[in-house]
Design a protein around this ligand. Structure first.
Ligand code: DGI
Ligand code: FE
Ligand code: FE
Length: 190
């Protein structure tokens, strides 16, 4: 699937604001890919499609996830906000025939992260957080880190997300903790 086709597809599916967010993630992911030596086309495509099923109902998302069991299936035991990520990957594979595991994994883990994230996974995870349309406390610190140290930026994003979830008394998906612990280790080894 070409990037313009992906853009047209999400334009037809997503509300205007989420469409603009997705274009922002795609452009940011492309720029990060150039900076950090990842495949730009894959970063842009994963970024464009990452939230494609964001507005499907919880029942639809659950059905999609149950259709293709995998490491993501345990997300059904946690927040429903996690479900659009693995369901999105299953959806783009089924609907557009996208089979590239790098792209699919970048979509699957764009919300939670996981341990030993690939370069492309980190880029899409980070682009989702820092694209120009985002505005929440602490985002500029992560934006600045993203310009010089990808792992530091992903670490800060995970740290802020976990602190936010705890402050709202929400559950934290274990893979998010695993991603955080992994990055703590990498920060120490620098
Ligand atoms: O889909 P977006 O809004 O662009 O962003 P996203 O896919 O990162 O979803 C973020 C939401 O997921 C945010 O409201 C926090 C929520 N969330 C709930 N539980 C967890 C979680 N995020 C992570 N990383 N880990 C969780 O356990
Ligand atoms: Fe998302
Ligand atoms: Fe997003």
């Amino acid at each position: 699937m070409k990037i313009n086709e992906a853009e047209q597809a999400i334009k037809a599916i997503l509300p205007e604001k989420r469409f603009r967010h997705s274009v922002g993630v795609s452009e940011t992911a492309g720029r990060l890919a150039e900076m950090y030596g990842a495949n730009k086309e894959k970063a842009e495509l994963a970024g464009m499609l990452h939230d494609i099923v964001k507005y499907f109902s919880d029942d639809e998302l659950k059905t999609i996830i149950l259709r293709k069991p995998g490491t993501w299936s345990d997300s059904l035991d946690y927040s429903d906000k996690l479900w659009h990520a693995p369901a999105g990957a299953i959806y783009i594979e089924e609907t557009y025939g996208i089979k590239d595991p790098e792209i699919l994994n970048a979509v699957i883990y764009h919300t939670t992260g996981r341990k030993q994230m690939t370069l492309l996974e980190k880029i899409v995870f980070l682009a989702d957080y820092i694209e120009p349309g985002r505005d929440f406390p602490g985002v500029d610190e992560v934006r600045e880190a993203a310009e010089r140290d990808l792992n530091l930026a992903v670490f800060l994003e995970l740290q802020k997300t976990i602190i936010y979830l705890l402050s709202k008394s929400q559950s934290v998906y274990p893979k998010t903790f695993e991603a955080y612990n992994d990055l703590v280790q990498q920060q120490k080894n620098k």
